[in-house]
Ligand binder design. Structure first.
Ligand code: ADP
Ligand code: ASP
Ligand code: MG
Length: 405
């Protein structure tokens, strides 16, 4: 029997009506003759509400307790879905991450999946039940509940598809696929029929929230082809898969904006061997995720280092830099939070030139200033002012002809 893993995100299970609708879709998949495993997110908004409640009690909640708390969001969804399926005479059983055999490392709030032991799932599938698994959560060697990072239900789905050798993996969300840009921001964005893992990975790690970036990394590593689709209609979605030669004919596949970044400027540090190494070693030891590094060498033997970090890492970055600057003979730190990182992504960039020029001209034409620039083989990113981000995405989208199709 063909095997299918379906994942439904937060808006897809947002209320009782939506749960009933999704239950009908699951029933249909089973009746088509699939062994069906379903991964669910918490209802839309629940994870954020739980985080806010935790922070209301304690500004820096323990990560272990946060995981204990956040795991309940998904647990509500799976139990309700199993009941909805029972209500329409579909045999189904719900499992937490631990019960489903999602084994992780011990890094609370950002755990990595080490192994999947789907013993109970295999048994239930053999006995004809639909298995409903809580996304985003697992268990470590000590039996502690862990979570897989925001958006982590995508990762649960991909990891289960790999472990169960599923024939299909479908990620159901509130848009009917991956678009050339966030369709909420760019009305003329177009749905892509397919996209390579590398492009999806770059878009996801550049702020496209449609897929969690770690789930795409996992899919690439284990060769899990998956389809992003809408749970609100039956339109074909976007296939995410290995790059094939013809994909390079398209220079720019999509555009993303990350509005959760901050810029850190370390000024007046001694321009001597070892300064930059000390700064970035200190940041790395504090688990700060650094991107887009620029160094300007000034006069009088001092230099400035500018780089971007996720907003959430800024406090840790500043704290980590204090002892480092004291050790390298001085320097000051300033943080600018109101920035956005815009990224243009496409495997075709490997073989086409002029992408940077087109992007810079498009931004210049609408009077948007570029602050920092970085490039890789299939991506160009620029830092711009936060309040111009949406306009910049639309300008770049038009300049690369993505509106037309
Ligand atoms: P879910 O709760 O189903 O996991 P998410 O909110 O995490 O859904 O992701 C879906 C959202 O991603 C869409 O509503 C859309 O606004 C946003 N998004 C951002 N970039 C893109 C893109 N390039 N293509 C499609 N959706 C995108
Ligand atoms: N509920 C979690 C989150 O909001 C995981 C997910 O939805 O994928 O991040
Ligand atoms: Mg998501």
């Amino acid at each position: 029997m063909p095997r299918i893993v379906q994942k439904y995100g937060g808006t897809s299970v947002g209320d009782v009506e939506r749960i009933k609708k999704v239950a009908e879709r699951i029933k249909a998949a089973r009746e088509e003759g699939h062994e069906t495993v379903v991964v669910l997110s918490a209802r839309a908004g629940v994870t954020n509400e739980l985080i806010a409640r935790a922070k209301g009690l304690c500004p820096n909640p323990s990560e272990r307790e946060l995981d204990q708390l956040l795991a309940i969001g998904e647990q509500e969804s799976i139990a309700l879905m199993a009941m909805a399926l029972h209500g329409i005479s579909v045999p189904a059983v719900s499992y937490t991450g631990a019960q489903a055999g999602i084994l992780t490392d011990k890094v609370h709030t950002m755990a990595k999946i080490k192994m999947v032991e789907p013993r109970l799932i295999e048994r239930d599938l053999a006995e004809g039940r639909v298995v409903i698994v809580a996304g985003f959560q697992g268990i470590d060697d000590d039996g502690q509940v862990t979570t897989l990072g925001r958006g982590g239900s995508d990762l649960t789905a991909v990891a289960l598809a790999a472990a169960l050798r599923a024939d299909r993996c479908e990620i159901y969300t509130d848009v009917d696929g991956v678009y050339t840009a966030d369709p909420r921001v760019v009305k003329t964005a177009r749905k892509l029929a397919e996209i390579s893992y590398d492009e999806m990975l770059e878009l996801a790690s550049s702020g496209s929230k449609v897929m969690q970036s770690r789930s795409v990394e996992f899919a690439k590593k284990y060769g899990v082809v998956f389809e992003v689709r809408s749970s609100f209609n039956h339109n074909p979605g976007t296939l995410v898969k290995e790059e094939v030669a013809y994909m390079e004919r398209v220079v720019v596949r999509g555009i993303a904006a990350d509005k959760d970044q901050a810029k850190v400027i370390v000024s007046n540090i001694r321009d001597q061997p070892g300064s930059a190494a000390a700064v970035f070693r200190g940041l790395s030891n504090a688990n700060v995720n650094v991107d887009m590094i620029v160094q300007n060498v000034g006069r009088h033997g001092v230099a400035n280092l500018t780089f971007t970090v996720p907003q959430a890492d800024t406090e840790r970055a500043v704290k980590a830099l204090e002892p480092v600057l004291a050790a390298v003979g001085g320097g000051e730190v300033a943080v600018h939070g109101r920035i956005a990182k815009l990224s243009v992504v496409g495997v075709g960039m490997k073989t086409h030139s002029g992408v940077a020029a087109t992007l810079f001209q498009a931004l210049a034409d609408v009077g948007i200033n570029i602050d920092l620039i970085s490039t890789s083989e299939i991506k160009i990113s620029v830092v711009i002012a936060l309040d111009r981000a949406d306009e910049a995405v639309r300008a770049a989208h038009a300049a690369f002809g993505l509106d037309k199709g």
